[in-house]
Design a protein around this ligand. Sequence first.
Ligand code: KG4
Ligand code: ZN
Length: 344
Amino acid sequence: MKNNKDSIILGIESSCDDTSAAVLINGKIYSNVVANQEVHTNYGGVVPELASRAHQQNIVPVVDQALKKAKITTKDLSAIAFTKGPGLLGSLLVGTSFAKSMGLGLNIPIIDVHHMKAHIHAHFIQTFNKKEKKIPEFPFICLTVSGGHTQIVLIKDYLDMTIVGETIDDAAGEAFDKAAKLLGFDYPGGPLIDQYSKKGDVSKFKFTYPKVNGYNYSFSGLKTQFLYFLEKNKNKDSRFIQNNLADICASYQNHIISYLFKNVKKAMNQTGCKDLAIAGGVAANSALRKQLKELGQEKSYNTFIPEFEYCTDNAAMIAISGYFLYNAGQFAQQNISPTARITF
Ligand code: KG4
Ligand code: ZN
């Protein structure tokens, strides 16, 4: 089936607790298979050792399914893109080693991808059987909010990105997950806060913003603030959480969103960008998506939100990132190692 001019890229993502493989043919996604790891649910966070073991179990069937869904075989592949970092080292090692050996076996190039840049590249994903999606125009600002990162990035071209502001401690996703844990939710609690917030009053409880320089963020103080807020109220009413769950979630979630947008608006003003995007797992949050659209209408920005399946970790974003690097002739060598912390 392979035409010599086709570029067929297999993307592999294994940076945290999702094992994923995707096939991209001439810039379009033909398959995107994700195996979520249930094993962490009761631990309040991802357990690195369990994550790497689960990746080892999942990677072969996930890659196999991605190839089958795209109706291709390994012989059709032009290159393999994989996540080099940032992420959990043990998890990254599984995807990296797999990509390296598969590339060596098939004698095709391998491409190392930066996970956070890939979250942004998710905006350029077109799916083969779906209507062509509108994509942001350069230069644009992207607010990338995930479980490990919170960044405001200026994107001048596919491979020309600069961080304008970022968190100096915890990520926005952690602010969701840690508060969720205090409320008694399983990990990851972000989606549950989202769900309960739908019936809550956003102005019932107030939280304060920390003082941070420039367009940077700090979320670690918010977690402590939330802990003291719950303790104080539980001392007065032992059923405080049960009696106010929706309002607590809505107020807390709304506070995080307002805080995120505060710096984004400043960055949009300063850069003069007209296009504003969000990316990363927290971009799956329904209130954040809704408020982004409202902000766009208010400020006349063009706003962009990736499809739900391309917000949380997925290999389609790794494949599209790999495609831009492939076109630029930027390949990895066989001696490459994954890196838990990696510069942008
Ligand atoms: O990008 P991602 O899948 O993994 C990382 O690279 O970290 O992001 C995971 C984060 C978790 O903190 C999770 O709670 C959060 O995204 N998340 C949400 C929602 N869906 C996922 N947070 C708030 N509301 C959601 N609907
Ligand atoms: Zn991610």
